[in-house]
Design a protein around this ligand. Structure first.
Ligand SMILES: Cc1ncc(C[n+]2csc(CCOP(=O)(O)OP(=O)(O)O)c2C)c(N)n1
Length: 324
């Protein structure tokens, strides 16, 4: 391996590790701020699933559309949104990316992220519409839509898959299969638990990948995106993953054994990438420490920004609200 190639690999590897660490520490801090009631409303943590958002984003361009669920802090960060604007949004401050009106579940930023969508599976048909519009306008971008396996049990999933295939809309459907929809396990909502098989019914090409391995996700997403761009057809990518935390901040987690969670934690995507890169001698312990410091400073900066933000004045409450 030539020096420049090695440097590129090292740079990319550090970037992947940085992004996953940023999501992890940002969310740990969010949970802390939630407990202190600085953040209110709903809060769904992505901890454990970081490799999916970070891996898939590697394959996208700035022109692609990205739509996610209410568990979208990771997607927003991996898409390059400002952590301060995200934290301020969760605090409900005007400096937030959705002006403090959306909160944790509704992060939006122009072309970077089309939500933050709280209606389970509701954004799948939006993704098809956006992709179709792009196709009609002869743009070469695609719509990438992240959703859980719970969404894949909804009628909207089937309608979206059907129409995307029928109309050949360039959509990358990314199912983040974390095996639980709130407290309901996969086997209680799906007659076919190998979710990738559902693509075949619509003639949509599919792939299943280990969603705890950011390099594998990145490679799979790259292949999927190349196929979409060359054929113009949709693709269904299933990432098998696991959330380490509760569904939201209100969840006693009575539906799964602690031992199952502990088993999955052994596959934590962050130490997994870190150890792999250290074994390959691409990074050192010092690199990891520096990354941790950088991330800690970034998260603290986000909190400071949110704390210093302004509440919306009462007289502006009806601004942007339409009624007759
Ligand atoms: C249409 C609709 N039905 C029900 C809900 C309530 N709800 C919120 S999250 C959730 C579970 C969704 O699970 P999944 O799609 O697997 O995503 P995950 O939370 O595991 O990331 C449900 C049923 C909702 N928000 N929207």
């Amino acid at each position: 391996m030539g020096n420049s190639e090695k440097n590129t690999d090292r740079g990319k590897a550090l970037e992947l590790l940085y992004q996953m660490l940023l999501i992890r520490r940002f969310e740990e801090k969010s949970a802390e701020m939630y407990t202190k009631t600085n953040i209110r409303g709903f809060l769904h943590l992505y901890i454990g699933e970081e490799a999916v958002a970070v891996g898939v984003m590697q394959a996208l361009t700035d022109d692609d559309y990205v739509l996610a669920t209410y568990r979208e802090h990771g997607h927003a960060l991996a898409r390059g949104m400002d952590p301060g604007a995200i934290m301020a949004e969760m605090y409900g401050k005007q400096e937030g990316c959705s002006r403090g009106r959306g909160g944790s579940m509704h992060l939006f930023e122009g072309k970077k992220l089309y939500g933050g969508n709280a209606i389970v599976a509701g954004h799948l048909s939006m993704a098809v519409g956006m992709a179709l519009a792009s196709k009609k306008q002869k743009k070469n971008n695609l719509a990438c839509c992240f959703f859980g396996e719970g969404a894949a049990a909804e009628g909207e999933f089937h309608e979206a898959m059907n129409l995307a295939a029928l109309w050949q809309a360039p959509v990358l459907f990314v199912c983040e299969n974390n095996f639980y929809a709130m407290g309901t396990a996969l086997q209680y909502t799906h007659s076919e638990t190998h979710l990738e098989k559902k693509g075949a019914a619509y003639g949509i090409e599919t792939m299943a990948v280990d969603g705890m391995d950011v390099l594998a996700v990145g490679q799979a997403a790259k292949e999927a995106v190349e196929k979409i761009r060359t054929t113009g057809k949709p693709f269904f990518l299933v990432c098998n993953t696991y959330r380490f935390r509760a569904h939201s901040m209100f969840d006693a987690e009575l539906y799964r054994d602690k031992s199952e969670v502990e088993e999955w934690k052994k596959r934590d995507p962050i130490p997994r990438l870190r150890d792999f890169l250290m074994e390959k001698k691409l990074i050192t312990e010092q690199d990891v420490q520096e990354l941790e410091k950088k991330v800690e400073a970034e998260v603290q900066k986000a909190v400071d920004f949110a704390e210093a933000g302004t509440w919306e004045p009462i007289e502006e409450l009806t601004k942007f609200v339409y009624s007759e």
